[in-house]
Design a protein around this ligand. Structure first.
Ligand code: ATP
Length: 325
């Protein structure tokens, strides 16, 4: 790790951590190749200060790869990347102290107690305190925030899955980050733990202007939590917008399912009535099993996932490219 190549030495006030105009994350033309396989094909991603962005996509879309590059854990093959104004390849300890990272789960230190772990990890951030961001977070305040006050003295190995996840978040927040990464935060959760976790993230998003980038393959989770949804499929951004904006974009369309001479067909169209007239005019009695319904964002996303997974599609559907920036 390169220490102090950028940023201020420990103890000295940093320049305002994220000036209002500075993007928390900015990538241009980000590419990643593993061996001879390209998995990111020129990703342009922006996260504004205080914004909660969901990077949504099916398995293998490239979400973790993208986030690992942003966190400085993986070197990109090409493109420009700035995280809190710094190229992650040059990120020093002061830069790292401004990031919060919640990995899949905190598996170590099972015999430690909750409070001990938070106190211990917090001490690493103390040298990076600034007048604007006292570091670390006070342990009691942090445990209250994530709903673990009653378990402060508990041995970590005895926590339930949901409590463990709250601890993961506390670990991610102990350095009072400017930018928090949450990778697939609710994988393996039961519905109640999931709902609790969603409430927690909603509380965090108003906190101290912290920007949050979370990855998920669950549209419902993205809609619930994010100010903006960026859909990544096959290593490309295929849609980028607020949940309402994306839904509006597709809601004017309808899906028509029918058989023609026994062969199944599915079409997404704007003028369903006109298209049905056309089909009967052109093919008459050969058309059967006709169904028409309004397209929902979920339908478009599921179709997209199925098509990318089966290798049938490498580009975005037209109804979403219209909103991709
Ligand atoms: N270290 C690696 N070496 C080679 N290929 C890799 C490596 N890591 C990931 N890949 C491949 O890169 C592609 C993107 O993987 P990535 O883990 O970034 O996707 P993801 O969207 O996070 O998926 P998931 O939701 O399953 O975690 C996949 O095809 C994966 O097999």
């Amino acid at each position: 790790m390169n220490v102090h190549r950028t940023g201020s030495p420990p103890g000295e006030p940093d320049p305002p951590a994220v000036p209002d105009t500075e993007l928390a994350v900015e990538t241009r033309g980000l590419r990643m190749r593993y061996g001879s396989t390209d998995v990111l094909h020129g990703v342009d991603l922006r996260v504004h200060p205080g914004e909660v962005v969901a990077l949504l996509g099916p398995n293998g879309a490239g979400k973790t790869t993208t986030v690992e590059i942003l966190e400085g854990f993986r070197r990109r093959s090409a493109g420009e990347v700035r995280v809190l104004g710094v190229d992650p390849d040059d990120g020093d300890e002061a830069w790292r102290a401004r990031l919060g990272i919640v990995l899949q789960s905190w598996r170590d230190h099972g015999r430690w107690r909750v409070r001990e772990l938070i106190d211990h990890l917090g001490r690493f951030y103390a040298p990076y305190a600034t007048p604007r961001r006292p570091r670390p977070h006070g342990t009691d305040e942090l445990l209250a925030l994530v709903g673990l006050t009653d378990h402060a003295g508990a041995v970590i190995g005895t926590l339930s899955g949901g409590q463990r996840r709250r601890l993961d978040v506390a670990v991610g927040l102990v350095g009072r980050p400017d930018l928090l990464f949450l990778d697939e935060p609710t994988v393996g959760f039961d519905p109640e733990a999931r709902r609790d976790f969603h409430e927690l993230v909603q509380r965090l998003s108003g906190l101290e202007g912290t920007s949050i980038l979370l990855t998920t393959h669950d549209l419902d989770e993205a809609e619930r939590l994010a100010d903006r949804i960026v859909i990544l499929a096959g290593g490309r951004i295929v849609a980028d917008g607020g949940a309402a904006e994306l839904s509006r974009q597709v809601s004017g369309r309808s899906e028509i399912r029918y058989t023609r001479d026994g062969e199944p067909h599915v079409e997404s169209v704007e003028d369903a009535t006109g298209r049905v007239r056309e089909l009967f005019a052109e093919h008459g009695a050969a058309i059967g099993d006709l169904e028409v319904h309004k397209v929902r964002l979920e339908d478009v996303y599921m179709t997209l996932v199925r098509e990318f997974e089966s290798g049938r599609r490498t580009e975005a559907p037209s109804e979403l490219t219209e909103v991709a920036r």
